[in-house]
Design a protein around this ligand. Structure first.
Ligand code: ADP
Length: 268
């Protein structure tokens, strides 16, 4: 059957060697997609073979952030080929919309099928790591994911704000029901390095302590050690690079936010 790719071990099987991380948040706008895209790019730059499933159906931004907006995957012998973007193998719900202006009204079963298809009908090849960008909150996707990939570990993104931390903790504690592991918590937008006095002076625009609070809360609820994996500062460049499809970790590798993201990528 000339050229047909061999089907790999599905990620749903617990003996798969691929580490699967599902990145979750309590609410939108905390930077979950930015963090996920940059972690993927940082890992790929480190020589790790990475796949990224953008399952954030309402705010699918991974293609734009990785410079693959508008890309349409090809199908070879019934297998969907992921889009290579900064050495990350990318699949997004955005790629299957008829056109970019059509709003998506996905219902639970459709989402489940889409996720299932991304796991079984996409030709991923051997992956070291598979990252999933989940929709915010504790929705259908988290439950579907747990059924399809019980070995997926959850990574929770929050801002330092205590109100955000509360919803993030709730999102993470879905792991209690689904019997999944929470690998750790990432605090984003932790502080703005003062543009006048220098980076030692941290302007805590969104307060402080949210990430640690979520880590402590989840450790207590799950009866396991859930660490704070790192704190990513606010950087205007991070937002700008996401808008033009160049991951910040590659564009400005020495910026404090990039250093923090690379350290988190290595801890995972
Ligand atoms: P979510 O996926 O949680 O909805 P996004 O990743 O889309 O969040 O981020 C929301 C907005 O905040 C985007 O415009 C993004 O560029 C910006 N952003 C995220 N993290 C940072 C950061 N550390 N510094 C500056 N801007 C950020």
């Amino acid at each position: 059957r000339g050229g047909r790719p061999e089907k790999e071990i599905p990620f749903t099987q617990p003996d798969s060697l691929t580490r699967v991380y599902a990145v979750a948040s309590g609410k939108g706008g905390v930077g979950k997609s930015s963090i996920t895209a940059n972690l993927a790019a940082a890992m790929a730059a480190d020589g790790v073979t990475v796949g990224l499933i953008d399952a954030d159906i309402y705010g699918h931004s991974a293609p734009r952030m990785l410079g693959a907006e508008g890309a349409r995957p090809t199908v070879v012998d019934n297998m969907i080929m992921p889009i290579p973007a900064h050495q990350v193998k990318l699949i997004s719900t955005e790629m299957f919309k008829p056109d970019r202006d059509t709003p998506v009204a996905w219902r639970g079963p459709m989402l489940h099928r889409a996720l299932q298809q991304f796991l079984t009908d996409v030709y991923w090849g051997d992956l070291d790591v598979l990252l999933l960008d989940l929709p915010p909150g504790t929705g259908d996707v988290a439950i579907s994911l747990a059924q399809l990939m019980p070995n997926a570990e959850i990574v929770v993104v929050t801002t330092p704000q205590l109100a955000a931390a509360e919803v993030a903790e709730r999102a993470g504690s879905i792991a209690l029901q689904t019997h999944q592991q929470v690998n750790g918590v990432i605090e984003n937008m932790s502080y703005l390095p003062c543009p006048h006095c220098g980076p030692e002076h941290r302007l805590e625009l969104f307060g402080s302590g949210g990430g640690q609070q979520v880590a402590d809360g989840l450790s207590r609820r799950l009866g396991a050690n859930v660490p704070l994996l790192g704190e990513v500062p606010i950087d205007m460049g991070l937002r700008e690079s996401g808008d033009v499809g160049q991951p910040f970790v590659l564009k400005e590798p020495d910026a404090p936010a990039s250093v923090a993201l690379r350290e988190i990528a290595r801890r995972l």
